[in-house]
Ligand binder design. Sequence first.
Ligand SMILES: *Cc1c(COP(=O)(O)O)cnc(C)c1O
Length: 229
Amino acid sequence: MSIVANIQEIEEQIKGKGVTLIAVSKTKPVEMLMEAYEAGFKCFGENYVQELIEKQDKMPKDIEWHFIGHLQSNKVKYIAPFVSLIHSVDSFRLLQEINKQAAKNNRVIDCLLQIYIAEEDTKSGMTEDECLEILQSEVLKNLTNISIKGLMGMSTFTDDENQVRKEFRKLKTFHASLLTSYPYLTTISMGMSGDYAIAIEEGSTMIRVGSKIFGNRSVQTGSIQTGSI
Ligand SMILES: *Cc1c(COP(=O)(O)O)cnc(C)c1O
């Protein structure tokens, strides 16, 4: 199937469910993203700063770029001028750096706090306690150039659907517990190619789908990621 047909199929599945689709285009060439763009699709997710800035430079400026990978503080400045939503905020320090760079660009950058829900230590994110600490912090009130929109989580990479469901449910439960005090946390970014159906059943409002749209990523470390930044 074509990229456009794949997107249409997923859009059909999520119709009326209050779920936004982000097409995860990491390691894929601009030509493939342009196929989606030319069919009217404008929300792309990228994991690597160097790759994102190269694509952003080459592609139309009305694209919504989502940063979903691990973000190092010293690289925030490269994406701050244009990034639409950073899903992967995993520390207060990073949030403060995003605020600083957003201020330099006269912008408010939307962010999600990434919560660690998986049973593998390869997945990054903060604990629920760390998240609460940030939300309750007095310092947060001074960060006027960021806006926390919700939470993000990644499940364990496993065929065990019950495990995945349990992890998504944990994130949703935590999210629900925050809503009374923090009603502005409207987004839950959870679900990828293999598990977005479960994620939506468990309350996801944003899914990040890569291989089901663009095909498998056979090589994870293409030259595009090894630039100077
Ligand atoms: C790569 C990636 C995705 C997409 O993964 P697929 O399994 O290809 O859909 C989603 N979220 C994050 C954080 C990723 O790194």
